[in-house]
Design a protein around this ligand. Structure first.
Ligand code: ATP
Length: 236
């Protein structure tokens, strides 16, 4: 299958600090990939770069073969996209805005997802609990028909029952040919979903492995990930 995402020799500095160094990665269509790394490893930064929310990097990022920022952005649906919205907006207004911004946004899908996740259309964003803000981010992200979905810690602050509803939504709404990258500190929450894992450490990707190969080797995804951090990690 063709690659949805190709990253070549990506390096990124911010405020005189090197955050990512020489990252290369290829992700095929139709996979769910766990992006794993300790706090500060660079998971959010990598997603922001792929989604086009962070720019001025060295190297190349291609989504569906597109490198130009606007075209690349059009192919990516990212849970971090609500950071710039007016917090006084209501859930329904935010969905309307997403529909205007993204031609691939499906309002009918959003309404179903919002219903499934118990989101009230008339509630203002700044009145939503942290968990409900996460649910809204997931609903607007999954309501698009993108090639690549980026879910950055979608379950942070979410209770166990709601996590299950969110996981079901993810599996149900992900188009067969799309690829999803999902980061989560609780690897066991998502390990059954994963086709592959990518590990970030020391500002770069140190592993990219098929989940089945890890399981067949008698290891859990969690213990596979932990082995990269047994010696600790510097955040500087
Ligand atoms: N604007 C910035 N200026 C300087 N350094 C930054 C900036 N934003 C992020 N960083 C640094 O980049 C590194 C990677 O941060 P990032 O948020 O991408 O990590 P993460 O893997 O998503 O972490 P977490 O799991 O804690 O969310 C961290 O060391 C962080 O301090």
């Amino acid at each position: 299958m063709s690659d949805v995402l190709t990253i070549e020799n990506l390096s990124y500095r911010r405020n005189w600090k090197t955050i990512l160094t020489d990252v290369s990665l290829q992700l095929p269509a139709g996979q769910i990939i766990g992006l794993l790394g300790a706090n500060g490893a660079g998971k959010t930064t990598l997603m922001r770069l792929i989604a086009g929310s962070a720019v001025q990097f060295k190297g190349q990022i291609q989504v569906g073969g597109q490198t130009a920022l606007a075209r690349r952005k059009a192919g990516v649906s990212y849970t971090g996209q609500l950071t710039d919205i007016d917090p006084r907006w209501k859930v329904g207004q935010i969905a309307e805005l997403m529909a205007q911004l993204h031609p691939d946004f499906r309002m009918a899908d959003f309404l179903q997802l919002a219903d499934l996740l118990d989101l009230q259309q008339k509630q203002r964003f700044n009145r939503l609990s942290k968990g409900n803000q996460r649910k809204l981010a997931l609903a607007v992200t999954m309501a698009r028909r993108a090639q690549l979905y980026l879910l950055d810690e979608p379950f942070d602050g979410i209770d166990v029952m709601t996590r299950k509803a969110m996981l079901n939504s993810i599996v149900r709404w992900l188009p067969d040919t799309a690829t999803m990258v999902i980061s989560d500190h609780h690897v066991t929450d998502i390990d059954q979903l994963l086709d592959a894992v990518v590990v970030i450490k020391n500002q770069t990707i140190v592993a990219h492995a098929a989940a089945d190969a890890i399981r067949e080797g008698g290891q859990s995804i969690e213990s596979y990930f932990e082995q990269f951090y047994e010696g600790g990690e510097n955040d500087d």
